[in-house]
Design a binder for this molecule. Structure first.
Ligand code: ADP
Ligand code: MG
Length: 353
Protein backbone atom coordinates (compact mmCIF):
# COMPACT_ATOMS: atom_id res chain seq x y z
CA UNK A 1 0.00 0.00 0.00
CA UNK A 2 1.43 3.35 -0.94
CA UNK A 3 0.93 6.87 -2.12
CA UNK A 4 2.51 7.68 -5.50
CA UNK A 5 3.48 11.22 -6.40
CA UNK A 6 4.87 12.90 -9.50
CA UNK A 7 6.65 16.10 -8.51
CA UNK A 8 7.16 18.31 -11.53
CA UNK A 9 8.36 15.38 -13.64
CA UNK A 10 9.79 15.97 -17.10
CA UNK A 11 10.87 13.10 -19.34
CA UNK A 12 12.66 13.51 -22.65
CA UNK A 13 13.75 10.69 -24.92
CA UNK A 14 17.34 10.90 -26.15
CA UNK A 15 17.58 13.14 -29.20
CA UNK A 16 13.99 14.43 -28.94
CA UNK A 17 13.50 18.20 -29.33
CA UNK A 18 10.67 18.41 -26.86
CA UNK A 19 9.90 16.45 -23.72
CA UNK A 20 7.39 13.61 -23.92
CA UNK A 21 6.12 14.42 -20.44
CA UNK A 22 6.41 17.97 -19.15
CA UNK A 23 6.13 19.26 -15.59
CA UNK A 24 3.80 16.50 -14.42
CA UNK A 25 2.39 17.08 -10.94
CA UNK A 26 0.07 14.36 -9.77
CA UNK A 27 -0.54 12.79 -6.40
CA UNK A 28 -2.25 9.41 -6.12
CA UNK A 29 -3.33 8.62 -2.56
CA UNK A 30 -2.97 5.19 -0.98
CA UNK A 31 -5.56 2.75 -2.29
CA UNK A 32 -6.80 4.90 -5.16
CA UNK A 33 -7.63 3.57 -8.63
CA UNK A 34 -6.33 6.35 -10.85
CA UNK A 35 -6.80 6.20 -14.61
CA UNK A 36 -4.42 8.03 -16.94
CA UNK A 37 -6.24 8.69 -20.20
CA UNK A 38 -5.46 10.59 -23.39
CA UNK A 39 -4.99 10.15 -27.12
CA UNK A 40 -2.38 7.77 -28.49
CA UNK A 41 1.13 9.19 -28.14
CA UNK A 42 0.32 11.68 -25.36
CA UNK A 43 2.81 10.13 -22.91
CA UNK A 44 0.68 7.77 -20.81
CA UNK A 45 2.94 4.71 -21.07
CA UNK A 46 6.01 6.86 -20.58
CA UNK A 47 4.61 8.30 -17.34
CA UNK A 48 3.62 4.86 -16.09
CA UNK A 49 6.97 3.31 -16.96
CA UNK A 50 8.72 6.12 -15.10
CA UNK A 51 6.98 5.02 -11.87
CA UNK A 52 8.36 1.53 -12.43
CA UNK A 53 11.85 2.92 -13.06
CA UNK A 54 11.83 1.93 -16.73
CA UNK A 55 12.20 5.48 -18.08
CA UNK A 56 14.72 8.05 -16.98
CA UNK A 57 13.40 11.26 -15.46
CA UNK A 58 15.10 14.41 -16.80
CA UNK A 59 13.96 16.67 -13.97
CA UNK A 60 11.59 16.46 -11.04
CA UNK A 61 11.06 13.46 -8.78
CA UNK A 62 8.83 10.46 -8.22
CA UNK A 63 7.83 9.51 -4.69
CA UNK A 64 6.41 6.20 -3.48
CA UNK A 65 5.21 6.16 0.10
CA UNK A 66 6.94 9.48 0.71
CA UNK A 67 10.32 8.20 -0.45
CA UNK A 68 12.11 9.71 -3.43
CA UNK A 69 12.58 6.66 -5.70
CA UNK A 70 13.71 8.62 -8.77
CA UNK A 71 17.15 7.00 -8.88
CA UNK A 72 16.08 3.55 -7.71
CA UNK A 73 16.33 0.38 -9.77
CA UNK A 74 12.99 -1.09 -10.95
CA UNK A 75 13.46 -4.16 -8.72
CA UNK A 76 13.78 -1.98 -5.60
CA UNK A 77 10.41 -0.28 -6.08
CA UNK A 78 8.03 -3.10 -5.09
CA UNK A 79 5.72 -2.57 -8.06
CA UNK A 80 3.89 -5.03 -10.30
CA UNK A 81 3.01 -4.19 -13.90
CA UNK A 82 0.38 -5.69 -16.19
CA UNK A 83 0.85 -4.88 -19.86
CA UNK A 84 -1.32 -5.19 -22.93
CA UNK A 85 0.91 -8.03 -24.11
CA UNK A 86 0.95 -10.05 -20.93
CA UNK A 87 2.88 -12.88 -22.62
CA UNK A 88 2.37 -15.88 -20.36
CA UNK A 89 4.95 -18.66 -20.38
CA UNK A 90 3.31 -21.12 -22.81
CA UNK A 91 5.02 -24.24 -21.45
CA UNK A 92 4.01 -23.50 -17.85
CA UNK A 93 0.64 -24.17 -16.23
CA UNK A 94 -1.52 -21.41 -14.79
CA UNK A 95 -0.10 -22.20 -11.36
CA UNK A 96 3.45 -22.20 -12.75
CA UNK A 97 2.94 -18.82 -14.40
CA UNK A 98 1.61 -17.29 -11.22
CA UNK A 99 4.33 -18.83 -9.07
CA UNK A 100 7.24 -17.88 -11.32
CA UNK A 101 8.24 -14.53 -9.81
CA UNK A 102 7.95 -15.90 -6.29
CA UNK A 103 10.19 -18.87 -7.17
CA UNK A 104 12.77 -16.50 -8.63
CA UNK A 105 12.64 -14.52 -5.40
CA UNK A 106 13.43 -17.73 -3.50
CA UNK A 107 10.15 -17.86 -1.61
CA UNK A 108 9.27 -21.03 0.36
CA UNK A 109 7.31 -23.67 -1.53
CA UNK A 110 4.49 -23.69 1.02
CA UNK A 111 4.21 -19.87 0.92
CA UNK A 112 4.13 -19.92 -2.89
CA UNK A 113 1.39 -22.55 -2.92
CA UNK A 114 -0.72 -20.59 -0.47
CA UNK A 115 -0.33 -17.30 -2.35
CA UNK A 116 -1.11 -18.88 -5.73
CA UNK A 117 -4.16 -20.65 -4.28
CA UNK A 118 -5.42 -17.38 -2.75
CA UNK A 119 -4.95 -15.40 -5.95
CA UNK A 120 -6.57 -18.17 -8.02
CA UNK A 121 -9.57 -18.15 -5.69
CA UNK A 122 -9.89 -14.37 -5.93
CA UNK A 123 -9.72 -14.51 -9.74
CA UNK A 124 -11.94 -17.55 -10.25
CA UNK A 125 -9.00 -19.52 -11.65
CA UNK A 126 -8.96 -22.41 -9.16
CA UNK A 127 -10.37 -24.96 -11.66
CA UNK A 128 -7.75 -24.01 -14.24
CA UNK A 129 -4.53 -24.14 -12.22
CA UNK A 130 -3.18 -27.14 -14.14
CA UNK A 131 -4.04 -25.85 -17.59
CA UNK A 132 -1.64 -24.27 -20.03
CA UNK A 133 -2.32 -20.78 -21.47
CA UNK A 134 -3.30 -22.16 -24.90
CA UNK A 135 -6.22 -24.00 -23.28
CA UNK A 136 -7.65 -20.82 -21.72
CA UNK A 137 -9.97 -18.14 -23.10
CA UNK A 138 -8.66 -14.60 -23.63
CA UNK A 139 -10.36 -13.43 -20.46
CA UNK A 140 -8.87 -16.25 -18.40
CA UNK A 141 -5.39 -15.47 -19.72
CA UNK A 142 -5.88 -11.86 -18.73
CA UNK A 143 -6.79 -13.01 -15.22
CA UNK A 144 -3.64 -15.14 -15.04
CA UNK A 145 -1.64 -12.03 -15.89
CA UNK A 146 -3.41 -10.25 -13.02
CA UNK A 147 -2.70 -13.24 -10.81
CA UNK A 148 1.02 -12.97 -11.48
CA UNK A 149 0.88 -9.39 -10.25
CA UNK A 150 -1.35 -10.12 -7.24
CA UNK A 151 0.76 -12.95 -5.77
CA UNK A 152 3.62 -10.51 -5.36
CA UNK A 153 1.49 -8.33 -3.08
CA UNK A 154 3.18 -5.17 -4.36
CA UNK A 155 2.81 -1.64 -3.05
CA UNK A 156 1.47 -0.46 -6.40
CA UNK A 157 -0.14 -1.99 -9.50
CA UNK A 158 0.68 -0.37 -12.84
CA UNK A 159 -1.53 -1.44 -15.73
CA UNK A 160 -0.95 -0.38 -19.32
CA UNK A 161 -4.02 -1.02 -21.50
CA UNK A 162 -4.37 -4.52 -20.01
CA UNK A 163 -7.75 -5.18 -21.64
CA UNK A 164 -6.86 -4.16 -25.20
CA UNK A 165 -6.48 -7.72 -26.44
CA UNK A 166 -9.98 -8.74 -25.39
CA UNK A 167 -13.03 -8.52 -27.63
CA UNK A 168 -15.51 -5.73 -26.92
CA UNK A 169 -17.96 -7.74 -24.83
CA UNK A 170 -15.30 -9.38 -22.70
CA UNK A 171 -13.61 -6.02 -22.20
CA UNK A 172 -16.77 -4.57 -20.69
CA UNK A 173 -17.17 -7.56 -18.35
CA UNK A 174 -13.50 -7.65 -17.38
CA UNK A 175 -13.27 -3.95 -16.62
CA UNK A 176 -16.06 -4.30 -14.07
CA UNK A 177 -14.35 -7.33 -12.49
CA UNK A 178 -10.99 -5.63 -12.44
CA UNK A 179 -12.34 -2.48 -10.80
CA UNK A 180 -14.14 -4.58 -8.17
CA UNK A 181 -11.01 -6.64 -7.54
CA UNK A 182 -8.90 -3.52 -7.04
CA UNK A 183 -11.39 -2.22 -4.49
CA UNK A 184 -11.24 -5.51 -2.59
CA UNK A 185 -7.43 -5.56 -2.57
CA UNK A 186 -7.15 -1.84 -1.83
CA UNK A 187 -3.82 -1.63 -3.65
CA UNK A 188 -2.94 1.73 -5.18
CA UNK A 189 -3.43 1.26 -8.93
CA UNK A 190 -2.47 3.41 -11.88
CA UNK A 191 -4.21 2.30 -15.02
CA UNK A 192 -3.48 3.58 -18.53
CA UNK A 193 -6.01 3.57 -21.34
CA UNK A 194 -6.83 5.61 -24.45
CA UNK A 195 -10.49 4.66 -24.02
CA UNK A 196 -12.44 7.35 -22.21
CA UNK A 197 -15.34 5.02 -21.44
CA UNK A 198 -12.94 2.65 -19.68
CA UNK A 199 -11.49 5.62 -17.82
CA UNK A 200 -14.88 6.92 -16.72
CA UNK A 201 -16.23 3.54 -15.60
CA UNK A 202 -13.15 2.30 -13.73
CA UNK A 203 -11.38 5.22 -12.09
CA UNK A 204 -11.88 6.78 -8.67
CA UNK A 205 -10.27 9.72 -10.41
CA UNK A 206 -9.26 10.24 -14.02
CA UNK A 207 -6.20 12.19 -15.15
CA UNK A 208 -6.42 13.50 -18.71
CA UNK A 209 -3.13 13.91 -20.56
CA UNK A 210 -2.54 15.69 -23.86
CA UNK A 211 0.86 16.19 -25.53
CA UNK A 212 2.62 15.23 -22.31
CA UNK A 213 0.75 17.79 -20.22
CA UNK A 214 -1.84 17.10 -17.55
CA UNK A 215 -5.13 18.78 -18.49
CA UNK A 216 -7.31 17.89 -15.53
CA UNK A 217 -7.56 15.32 -12.77
CA UNK A 218 -10.94 14.75 -11.17
CA UNK A 219 -13.57 12.12 -10.37
CA UNK A 220 -15.39 10.95 -13.53
CA UNK A 221 -18.59 12.89 -12.84
CA UNK A 222 -16.72 16.14 -12.31
CA UNK A 223 -14.73 15.70 -15.55
CA UNK A 224 -18.00 15.27 -17.39
CA UNK A 225 -19.89 18.09 -15.66
CA UNK A 226 -17.09 20.64 -15.35
CA UNK A 227 -14.37 20.03 -17.94
CA UNK A 228 -11.46 22.38 -17.28
CA UNK A 229 -10.91 23.15 -20.93
CA UNK A 230 -12.24 22.52 -24.43
CA UNK A 231 -9.92 19.53 -24.95
CA UNK A 232 -11.24 17.65 -21.92
CA UNK A 233 -14.77 18.71 -22.87
CA UNK A 234 -14.55 17.07 -26.26
CA UNK A 235 -12.39 14.09 -25.20
CA UNK A 236 -14.69 12.92 -22.38
CA UNK A 237 -18.17 11.81 -23.48
CA UNK A 238 -19.39 10.01 -26.57
CA UNK A 239 -20.53 11.33 -28.94
CA UNK A 240 -18.40 14.38 -28.16
CA UNK A 241 -19.70 17.66 -26.84
CA UNK A 242 -20.39 20.02 -29.75
CA UNK A 243 -18.22 23.13 -29.68
CA UNK A 244 -19.24 26.28 -31.50
CA UNK A 245 -18.17 29.92 -31.57
CA UNK A 246 -20.71 32.08 -29.78
CA UNK A 247 -21.38 35.33 -27.95
CA UNK A 248 -22.40 35.42 -24.33
CA UNK A 249 -23.93 38.54 -22.72
CA UNK A 250 -21.50 38.63 -19.80
CA UNK A 251 -18.52 36.81 -21.30
CA UNK A 252 -18.25 38.22 -24.82
CA UNK A 253 -16.76 35.98 -27.47
CA UNK A 254 -16.61 32.37 -26.30
CA UNK A 255 -16.59 28.79 -27.48
CA UNK A 256 -19.89 27.32 -26.38
CA UNK A 257 -20.02 23.60 -25.67
CA UNK A 258 -23.23 21.57 -25.50
CA UNK A 259 -23.52 17.84 -24.86
CA UNK A 260 -25.89 15.85 -27.12
CA UNK A 261 -28.36 15.26 -24.27
CA UNK A 262 -28.71 19.02 -23.75
CA UNK A 263 -29.70 19.90 -27.31
CA UNK A 264 -33.45 20.32 -27.75
CA UNK A 265 -34.69 19.36 -31.17
CA UNK A 266 -37.56 21.34 -32.67
CA UNK A 267 -39.24 20.43 -35.93
CA UNK A 268 -40.19 23.78 -37.55
CA UNK A 269 -42.83 22.07 -39.73
CA UNK A 270 -44.91 20.95 -36.79
CA UNK A 271 -43.65 23.87 -34.65
CA UNK A 272 -43.78 21.44 -31.78
CA UNK A 273 -41.10 19.64 -29.91
CA UNK A 274 -41.03 15.89 -30.25
CA UNK A 275 -41.63 14.15 -26.94
CA UNK A 276 -38.17 12.75 -27.45
CA UNK A 277 -36.35 16.03 -27.01
CA UNK A 278 -34.18 16.67 -24.00
CA UNK A 279 -33.98 19.59 -21.61
CA UNK A 280 -36.46 22.19 -20.47
CA UNK A 281 -37.28 25.55 -21.93
CA UNK A 282 -35.38 28.58 -20.68
CA UNK A 283 -33.16 31.28 -22.00
CA UNK A 284 -30.91 30.00 -24.75
CA UNK A 285 -29.86 30.04 -28.36
CA UNK A 286 -31.50 28.46 -31.38
CA UNK A 287 -29.83 27.38 -34.55
CA UNK A 288 -31.34 26.22 -37.85
CA UNK A 289 -29.64 23.02 -38.92
CA UNK A 290 -29.72 20.36 -41.63
CA UNK A 291 -29.46 16.71 -40.65
CA UNK A 292 -26.39 14.89 -42.01
CA UNK A 293 -26.66 11.43 -40.49
CA UNK A 294 -28.52 9.66 -37.72
CA UNK A 295 -26.98 6.95 -35.54
CA UNK A 296 -29.77 4.65 -34.39
CA UNK A 297 -28.82 2.79 -31.20
CA UNK A 298 -32.20 1.38 -30.28
CA UNK A 299 -32.84 3.02 -26.92
CA UNK A 300 -31.69 6.37 -28.31
CA UNK A 301 -30.43 7.94 -31.48
CA UNK A 302 -27.88 10.63 -32.27
CA UNK A 303 -28.63 13.26 -34.89
CA UNK A 304 -25.54 14.81 -36.51
CA UNK A 305 -26.33 18.09 -38.23
CA UNK A 306 -24.68 21.24 -39.62
CA UNK A 307 -25.90 24.85 -39.50
CA UNK A 308 -28.20 25.76 -42.44
CA UNK A 309 -26.24 28.99 -42.77
CA UNK A 310 -23.05 27.08 -43.63
CA UNK A 311 -19.78 26.59 -41.79
CA UNK A 312 -18.10 23.28 -41.12
CA UNK A 313 -19.51 22.74 -37.62
CA UNK A 314 -21.09 19.46 -36.65
CA UNK A 315 -23.62 19.53 -33.84
CA UNK A 316 -24.96 16.37 -32.25
CA UNK A 317 -28.34 15.95 -30.56
CA UNK A 318 -29.59 12.95 -28.63
CA UNK A 319 -33.15 11.70 -29.16
CA UNK A 320 -34.59 9.21 -26.71
CA UNK A 321 -37.37 7.63 -28.73
CA UNK A 322 -39.75 8.17 -31.59
CA UNK A 323 -39.04 8.43 -35.31
CA UNK A 324 -35.60 9.68 -36.33
CA UNK A 325 -35.36 12.51 -38.88
CA UNK A 326 -34.04 11.60 -42.33
CA UNK A 327 -30.79 13.11 -43.66
CA UNK A 328 -31.52 16.47 -45.29
CA UNK A 329 -34.33 17.32 -42.85
CA UNK A 330 -34.32 20.93 -41.64
CA UNK A 331 -34.59 21.25 -37.88
CA UNK A 332 -34.03 23.76 -35.15
CA UNK A 333 -31.57 22.96 -32.34
CA UNK A 334 -32.00 24.86 -29.06
CA UNK A 335 -29.35 25.21 -26.38
CA UNK A 336 -30.10 26.25 -22.83
CA UNK A 337 -27.46 28.42 -21.24
CA UNK A 338 -27.98 26.51 -17.99
CA UNK A 339 -26.56 23.39 -19.63
CA UNK A 340 -23.92 25.01 -21.80
CA UNK A 341 -20.17 25.14 -21.12
CA UNK A 342 -18.10 28.16 -22.10
CA UNK A 343 -14.43 28.28 -23.02
CA UNK A 344 -12.02 31.06 -23.85
CA UNK A 345 -11.71 31.06 -27.67
CA UNK A 346 -7.91 31.61 -27.54
CA UNK A 347 -6.79 29.42 -24.64
CA UNK A 348 -9.65 26.91 -24.50
CA UNK A 349 -9.79 27.35 -20.73
CA UNK A 350 -13.20 27.09 -19.06
CA UNK A 351 -14.88 30.36 -18.17
CA UNK A 352 -17.92 30.58 -15.95
CA UNK A 353 -20.82 32.91 -16.57
P1 ADP B 1 0.96 6.73 -25.12
O1 ADP B 1 1.20 5.59 -24.18
O2 ADP B 1 0.17 7.85 -24.50
O3 ADP B 1 0.34 6.31 -26.41
P2 ADP B 1 3.87 6.94 -25.14
O4 ADP B 1 4.18 7.33 -23.74
O5 ADP B 1 4.09 5.53 -25.52
O6 ADP B 1 2.38 7.40 -25.49
O7 ADP B 1 4.71 7.83 -26.14
C1 ADP B 1 4.69 9.23 -26.08
C2 ADP B 1 5.62 9.79 -27.13
O8 ADP B 1 6.95 9.41 -26.85
C3 ADP B 1 5.31 9.31 -28.53
O9 ADP B 1 5.48 10.40 -29.41
C4 ADP B 1 6.34 8.26 -28.78
O10 ADP B 1 6.68 8.19 -30.14
C5 ADP B 1 7.53 8.73 -27.96
N1 ADP B 1 8.33 7.60 -27.48
C6 ADP B 1 7.86 6.55 -26.76
N2 ADP B 1 8.85 5.69 -26.45
C7 ADP B 1 9.98 6.20 -27.00
C8 ADP B 1 11.37 5.79 -27.03
N3 ADP B 1 11.77 4.67 -26.43
N4 ADP B 1 12.22 6.59 -27.69
C9 ADP B 1 11.83 7.74 -28.28
N5 ADP B 1 10.55 8.18 -28.28
C10 ADP B 1 9.62 7.43 -27.66
MG1 MG C 1 0.87 3.52 -24.46
Amino acid sequence: MAEVRFDNVTIRYPGADSPTVEGLNLSIPDGEFLVLVGPSGCGKSTSLRAIAGLEEVESGAIYIDGEDVTGWEPAQRDIAMVFQNYALYPHMTVAGNMAFALKLAGEDKSVIERKVAEAAELLGLTPYLDRRPKDLSGGQRQRVAMGRAIVRNPKVFLMDEPLSNLDAQLRVQTRTELAALQRRLGTTTIYVTHDQVEAMTMGDRVAVLKDGELQQVAPPRELYDRPANAFVASFIGSPSMSLMPSEHPSLGRVIMGVRPEHVRVVDPNTAGEPAASAGTGSEGVSLDVVVDIVEELGSESYVYAHPSGGGDLTIVAKLHSGPSPAPGTELQFKFDHAHAHFFNPETGVRVDA
